[in-house]
Design a protein around this ligand. Sequence first.
Ligand SMILES: [Zn+2]
Length: 151
Amino acid sequence: MKQCSGCKKEKPLDEFSKDKSKKDGLRTQCKECSKQNQKQYRKINKEKLNEYHRQYRSNGGRHADKPYVYFAYHNGNYYIGSTKYRWTERFSKHKHSAATGLGHYINEHNLSKEDFEVKRFSFETIEEARDAEKSYLCECVGQKGCLNKNK
Ligand SMILES: [Zn+2]
């Protein structure tokens, strides 16, 4: 049995998908929670995100060390942000600042960075990333599951 970092339920190991990057070889969130995250993701993803991503790829861009927009998922909730820093750094910044919706959520649920499923979309410049972030926020702030507070 293993406790899911999303719903906090104890579940049999086959309720968790494999993930080689994790110590025990399994995701921290159960399949049910991952499915929820995916659902949220598809809802906001739509055409726009694909288009940004297509454009980015056609520019021959690489993904390493570029500014990016991130979607951090946990238990059907998500936070949208943009940064040029690594997720590890970004996370600890949030953790120590309860001012952001995410910081508050992290501390309320006592979460670590591994508890989140993070999806990234890279851009050439931080300005492009911020623009993209803004348009996602317009669609998402105030919607169910969105942890962002303002646009
Ligand atoms: Zn779960």
